[in-house]
Design a binder for this molecule. Sequence first.
Ligand code: ADP
Ligand code: MG
Length: 724
Amino acid sequence: TIKVEHLKEKLISQAQEVSRLRSELGGTDLEKHRDLLMVENERLRQEMRRCEAELQELRAKPAGPCPGCEHSQESAQLRDKLSQLQLEMAESKGMLSELNLEVQQKTDRLAEVELRLKDCLAEKAQEEERLSRRLRDSHETIASLRAQSPPVKYVIKTVEVESSKTKQALSESQARNQHLQEQVAMQRQVLKEMEQQLQSSHQLTARLRAQIAMYESELERAHGQMLEEMQSLEEDKNRAIEEAFARAQVEMKAVHENLAGVRTNLLTLQPALRTLTNDYNGLKRQVRGFPLLLQEALRSVKAEIGQAIEEVNSNNQELLRKYRRELQLRKKCHNELVRLKGNIRVIARVRPVTKEDGEGPEATNAVTFDADDDSIIHLLHKGKPVSFELDKVFSPQASQQDVFQEVQALITSCIDGFNVCIFAYGQTGAGKTYTMEGTPENPGINQRALQLLFSEVQEKASDWEYTITVSAAEIYNEVLRDLLGKEPQEKLEIRLCPDGSGQLYVPGLTEFQVQSVDDINKVFEFGHTNRTTEFTNLNEHSSRSHALLIVTVRGMDCSTGLRTTGKLNLVDLAGSERVGKSGAEGSRLREAQHINKSLSALGDVIAALRSRQGHVPFRNSKLTYLLQDSLSGDSKTLMVVQVSPVEKNTSETLYSLKFAERVRSVELGPGLRRAELGSWSSQEHLEWEPACQTPQPSARAHSAPSSGTSSRPGSIRRKLQPSA
Ligand code: ADP
Ligand code: MG
């Protein structure tokens, strides 16, 4: 019984314990905590929403007065931080919900455990009841047995007899007791297990609590951080706003000041505007009256102009009259000038030093000029300076055009009926051919002269009819050859005109009529080809022969029938160098003798002409004989003495310059005045003929009478003159 009592007590205490545990584990605490957390969560959410709304509002506000300033950058940074924090918060929320879920799971498990505990307890109660019933039964049995105890002494036997039954009952009850005890042990075992379970659930709860506390603190911290961030954001925002406001105020102030300035400006401008408006109105009135004014002005100007034109017209008339008079005067003056200059002029042209001159002391320059006087030339010969005075000296810098300028007047006088001779004199290589022929790019006197004649003739074409013909000949070893003929080898003779006029002509000398530069070029080319095919070494040959270009200009005045003939003789003389007495023999010596003879004859003729001697030795050479009528009378002669400037040629240069000076400084003889007067009757060469008659062969021409009558050059002439 004591044992049973003890068991009962234990059962009760256990039940108490269970109930305590239940009350303790009832989950109410956890639930409460969860609720609290949920409430807290809700509050945080609300706060977050509020913050977001605020942020939205801030964003919606127009950007500060200074977009792109550091504050907007800062606020962007802060916004970024905020979004980061929001992200963190969302994470924390996720964690919280996870924790909530775990708590829920734990609560569920706890409820399960409780249910199982309840079942166990119910089972235990049933068992207890069953046991207590059995205990009562046993007590009753014992009591009934005790009540039967007096007859036991004597009935001992019986009892003993019957005790087998009792014994059996006892053993049965003992067995039952045993069974009960086992059951109690079992129960105890169960209880122990449950206690253990309780223990573990306690531990779990404690762990969970700790976790919850941790999360709470975490949450608290996050919240605090968020609050701090928000605070700083708020501060930044306020600061930015304040700064922007301050700046705006400063700007406003400046704008106000500007405005004030503009206002004062406006005030000062107003009077100016008023005067401008007045001016404008005045101008408007003037413009309205302008057309009338203009018309009036135009009328008066027109009248003035008309008057002026009339005046000019009468002036012009007067001027024209004066001009004509001047023209006549000019002609007179020109003749006088030519007379003063002399009919024979000598100029020198010094060529530049060329590559052909070589190098070294032999090729150094020996010729100098006078800066103030262009008629002086200085030569340093064998260390001795010698000076010469000529009509003009051309330095190496002089161009073909410069030289031509000097001879231009001579050439145009051809059109007026004068005969002209231009000679190029000098040693071989001194530039004779360059001056007369020139190069294709830079032509010399020949081509320029013909070009000038063409243009002059063109100008007079309204009143005069001109024909220009060209012949080319050479004199080599005192033999005259036609360079334009079909048979250049044929010797030509110089004859007296059969008309008894005493004039000379060359029967068979080809004459080409030329009208353009093209024609001249063809003629030159033809002559050149003739010469090249005839002579193997043209250079040497040409340096030992005289080349003549004879241009004849025949004119007729259409209204009066007046005829003129002028002849231009352009002569590239043979080289004037003297051949050493030794060394030269045979043909070379003969050549040299011929050249010498003809050049000295030329010198003699010119000297005789200049000194107005009665006898001029024209017949001493073919050249002077051929040019007789171009050298005598009022003909004009120009001698271009070509000079090489280099040291090695000074002997020849000296000789050439001496020749030039001799030709030039010929003293005028005693018969001067008579002869001079006679030579200046410029009308002498003009012949009067009835207009539009067939031209007669010019009495003064020495060549085959007139163009068209020569039979030999027919084929070539046809080529050059398709119209003839
Ligand atoms: P010439 O006919 O007297 O023998 P050239 O006329 O053949 O001499 O001249 C000899 C060389 O000198 C040629 O090559 C020529 O081109 C050149 N020459 C002559 N005079 C001049 C000049 N004024 N300017 C340039 N080169 C010249
Ligand atoms: Mg030459």
